[in-house]
Design a protein around this ligand. Structure first.
Ligand SMILES: O=C[C@H](O)[C@H](O)[C@H](O)COP(=O)(O)O
Length: 268
């Protein structure tokens, strides 16, 4: 059961939050990849049991979680695991590691979903969608009893927007991207940017055939994540936002010193 968390940041001074964070995160030379692997491995070890239906997120950190699942299954420490993907990438990961594939039609109630994030704040609100996946991820996370976030130490912050500077990703129906852009501009006072593809001419097209608008954070203003998420979602043409508010029960961070820090929403 989630406790009611504030949808505002608990701290509004970056300097103050940084000194608090340094208790947990000493920025040494631990590679981000090693930190991702630490977080993913601990999350799987602590949260997946035999017989579980597991939602598999998307992105580079989740690769290590799927690797760990495969290792434990191979070692017969886990049995009868079913996996539901949240993107084409995670579908391929599940297949590559020969895990049992299912979907929400066959398995609508998941025991746990494990996913990465672009930023995680002090009350475990996340920004997701930096890699273009957010709608299916949110559906999969919302279908799970426990949503567990895994990340390296660079993703942790007190307030969203401290470390992730690209704004809030919003998936939109292509024919609506201009009206949605205008409405978000009116709502937030900042102009969303249509995300452009890197190895393709034109905009990024999501797994659902939609576009992504990146909505910049309003400079100097605390983000009310709960209200902002709802306001953006109410705009016709918006499919989903990358704000995951009051969804994560736990987060695991791989730290710079080679350890892992886990946080639970019930303790915050
Ligand atoms: O769109 C991508 C997803 O939301 C990812 O989970 C998020 O971007 C984090 O990805 P990574 O683990 O690669 O940092």
């Amino acid at each position: 059961m989630l406790t009611l968390q504030s949808s505002f940041c608990r701290f509004n001074l970056v300097g103050r939050s940084r000194s608090k964070l340094e208790k947990y995160f000493s920025f040494q030379d631990m590679s981000l990849e090693t930190a991702k692997k630490l977080a993913a491995t601990s999350a799987v070890d602590d949260n997946v049991k035999s017989g579980f239906a597991v939602g598999i997120g998307s992105g580079s950190t989740v690769v290590y979680a799927v690797q760990r699942l495969a290792e434990l299954i191979e070692a017969k420490q886990l049995e009868n695991i079913k996996c539901v993907p949240s993107s084409f990438q995670s579908l391929q990961l599940i297949r590559k590691h020969h895990l049992r594939l299912t979907d929400l039609e066959e398995t609508p109630d998941l025991d746990v979903a494990i996913d990465g994030a672009d930023e995680v704040d002090a009350v475990l609100t996340c920004i997701k969608g930096g890699g273009g996946c957010l709608t299916q991820e949110k559906i999969v996370a919302a279908s799970a009893k426990n949503f567990v976030v895994i990340a390296d130490y660079s993703k942790r912050s007190e307030c969203l927007g401290e470390t992730w500077k690209k704004g809030i990703p919003v998936e939109v129906i292509p024919m609506a991207y201009v009206p949605v852009t205008k409405k978000i501009e009116h709502l937030l006072g900042v102009k969303p940017v249509l995300r452009q593809a890197v190895a393709k001419a034109g905009p990024v097209v999501t797994d659902n055939g939609n576009f992504i608008l990146d909505c910049p954070f309003v400079p100097g203003k605390l983000l009310d994540t709960y209200a902002t998420n709802i306001s953006i979602k109410m705009i016709p043409g918006v499919v989903e936002t990358g704000l995951f508010v009051r969804m994560a029960q736990k987060a695991y961070f791989g730290l710079a010193d080679g350890s892992t820090k886990s946080l639970e929403s019930s303790e915050l």
